[in-house]
Design a protein around this ligand. Structure first.
Ligand SMILES: [Zn+2]
Length: 449
């Protein structure tokens, strides 16, 4: 019933560090808040490093901070705060951990970061919230900034988007020796997925300015790596893999859309960073000399890509919900190989359960398949219209070496971005000060999204 939105904010801890700490139960010691004009800061004091994720829900607007394997201390309980942004903070004790819910007055923009313990300060998760900019506000494009002499500019090597069509890679799951799931009415996943993929692709191709490429257009086996490789070769902007679900429980039915989980992102980052030359190439960057900077570049890219993937998943699920058949279930995060690209938003659509007789009958009929395909395509198109891929001119990551007199505010103006964006990219707390010579990753022209 309720519109369901998932916006993911992830924090990837120091990427090279072992994460064994995450397995130990941590606890939330305290929840604090401070309000200043229309800006509210929420701080969770923690007994140790914990993994967390933030989800946004609508109707009513709220943010949930999910802390797995984490307990909440006795002092952590519900309280009302009446500032301009947050109404109330609630704490849910759940089987998998603790959920801190912020009930909001209206939609917010937020940034969050994790701070390791220092001296007598415990580990903390900090969230800064401000009322969301109305979505109909036209975002002014940042004035072009000449490449500063001192900064090493690492520019995406992709071609300018404005001049060409958006390319959607449509991937039919399984194929050849790999049939996928076998369902009711002798439905075989690989055949249904290919049929759907073809329909999705032709629906996308029929729209001006959009172009679809199929990873396979016949019954042939492809490895998972082949699939993303083909998409990249075609310079795809987004990747949509199509599958059918199957379950022992015959009553299970409906649509699920998947994008990469934080654990999957972390594993990918670790693998990438083992070979920085390859990592740089994957990102289309010149190789920076400094290791930390490389980590941050991968991190920043992944965060942006996961956020975009979550939005793509949301648009597809929303379009399928409008269509209504099969019913929609939810958006989920998994560590599937085809979701791991760091340079294109990627999702997997499990378009229904072929083990369920109602869903199976949809995929048995041409009209049923056409309806499902049209819904998937309409979600894809609405994503590309709402969140067009960045063009190479505004997709610039650069590294700025801090000089005497630099402040975050001055740098934000210089590079057409925001203080929040610089903080987020570099995991700077609000009290962190800049050092001369410090290198900062900057997303030029990033006004937040
Ligand atoms: Zn499958």
């Amino acid at each position: 019933m309720k519109r369901f939105a998932v916006i993911l904010a992830i924090w990837l801890c120091a990427l090279s560090a072992a994460v064994s700490v995450a397995d130990m139960p941590g606890s939330v010691l305290r929840v604090r808040h401070g309000a200043k004009d229309d800006h509210t800061r929420i701080v969770l004091d923690l007994s140790s490093k914990v993994r967390y994720e933030i989800r946004r829900f609508e109707n009513p607007e709220r943010l949930a901070i999910n802390l797995r394997k984490t307990k909440a201390g006795r002092d952590v309980k519900r309280f009302d705060i009446s500032d301009g942004v947050v109404r109330r903070i609630r704490v849910n004790h759940l089987s998998w951990g603790t959920q801190v819910v912020l009930d909001l007055r209206s939609a917010v923009d937020w940034t969050d970061f994790f701070l390791a313990p220092v001296d007598d300060m415990p580990a903390r998760i900090v969230l800064d919230l401000t009322p969301a900019q109305p979505s109909n506000t036209v975002r002014k494009k940042a004035a072009p900034v000449p490449a500063p002499a001192r900064a090493m500019v690492v520019t995406s090597k992709r071609t300018t988007r404005a001049a060409r069509e958006y390319v959607v890679a449509v991937d039919a799951g399984h194929g050849g020796k790999d049939p996928g799931a076998i369902g009711k009415n002798k439905l075989i996943e690989k055949h249904v997925a290919l049929d759907l993929a073809r329909r999705v692709a032709s629906e996308i191709d029929s729209k001006k300015g959009f172009n679809a490429v199929l990873t396979r257009d016949r019954d042939v086996y492809l490895s998972l790596v082949d699939r993303t490789r083909i998409a990249k070769k075609k310079d795809a902007d987004i990747f949509v893999s199509i599958h059918l679900n199957s379950a022992k429980r015959k009553s299970a039915r409906g649509v699920e859309v998947f994008f990469l989980s934080p654990a999957g992102a972390e594993a990918t980052a670790n693998k990438l960073l083992k070979d920085k030359g390859t990592a740089a190439k994957e990102l289309g960057l010149d190789e920076p000399e400094n290791d930390d900077i490389m980590h941050m570049l991968v991190d920043v890219n992944q965060q942006a890509m996961m956020q975009r993937s979550s939005l793509l998943a949301e648009e597809i699920l929303r379009a399928m919900k409008r269509r209504g058949v099969p019913p929609t279930r939810s958006i989920k995060q998994r560590s599937f190989a085809v979701l791991k690209s760091i340079d294109m938003p990627s999702v997997m659509v499990e378009a229904g359960f072929i083990s369920n007789s109602k869903d199976a009958s949809i995929f048995k009929s041409k009209k049923g398949k056409q309806d499902v395909a049209e819904a998937i395509a309409s979600g894809v198109l609405s994503f590309l219209k709402k969140y067009p891929p960045r063009t190479s001119s505004d997709d610039r990551l650069l590294v700025h070496k801090v000089q005497r007199g630099d402040t975050l505010w001055k740098l934000s103006k210089k590079y057409g971005t925001t203080v929040a964006s610089i903080r987020k990219s570099n995991r700077l707390g609000s009290s962190s000060s800049l050092r001369v010579g410090q290198e900062l990753v900057i997303r030029e022209g990033d006004r937040g999204q």
